[in-house]
Design a protein around this ligand. Sequence first.
Ligand code: DP6
Length: 338
Amino acid sequence: MVRRPTEAGYEAAPNIALVKYWGVRDEDLGLPYNSSLSVTLNHLRSRTWVQFDPTLTEDRFLLGRDEQTDGPLRSVVEFLDEVRALGRFETHAFVRSENNFQTASGLASSASGFAALAGAASLAAGLKLSPPALSRLARLGSGSACRSLFGGFVEWRAGTRADGRDCFARPLFPARHWPGLVDLVALVKDAPTKPIRSAVAMQRTVATSPLYAQRLREVPRRIRAMKRAIAVRDAPALFDRTMEECDSFRSVCESTEPTLDYLVPASRRVLAEVRAANEENGTSVAGYTHDAGAHIHVFTTTTHSARLRRRLGAVPGVEKVLVLSPGPGGRPLRRWGR
Ligand code: DP6
């Protein structure tokens, strides 16, 4: 039982997967079929404050200025239930969260949001969790959130245990490992909001895509190749593997019944523009990827980023191009509400 109000804040950034998490082997525990690899981004962030308060009769969740009900509130309550179970208390909480970017815009707000909630709620509950334990907790909110706790290049190992104890993310290289790496995010106009949660969509792929088994066989090799490319900062190798992986992800989505098509025509024009730039340069100067959304992340290096940014910005249907880089991991916020 928490007797006095106890509170804490935490911030975390979205991450973009270079090797995608897609398919769950245990839905209750959120255990994936395959390991995944991501880059945590700078500039974008979610900040969350949690106050456990014995005078509350139910949990409350404020996102920006809006009191949340239904689905968003339910997922926060379910997550708080996990925290209360870990801490063996029942006190309700007031949760306040804000993103410095549009929520559900296809920029992984669930990853940064649940990473920030895991950090804030576990601190407010007085749980002293190790980084793997905090990552396992965040995973219960949203799979990709377990990677957003760490900065730079991050690997989420699928693990093999039935109880999920070996299923958590860990940092591979810090953001400063590769100072010249840039992520140009081409934000497309009229990007549709996600019709269903990725955790649900991916299970349809597992059940129906004829290409899924082959994808699972390829992923470990791709992760090894990607880790080698990152270790020696081999940009063309990283870009080639990133596009190959994104194409594999898109094929399993498109061959799902009913099909999963996350892109809009402008997204496909961005993919074509990146292929054309690589062709013209005779080597890969950039590599595209996308998640379950229409915006396209284009990795490149500082040598090519200004020119490529102009080029992507001129693609019909592209509204804006963000210039991001690998960024820091999650961190506690000192003062309530700051
Ligand atoms: C395509 O972890 O965001 O972005 O559990 O529904 O929140 P939910 O799913 P989530 O799925 C991520 C899917 C992906 C690939 C990835 O980030 O690895």
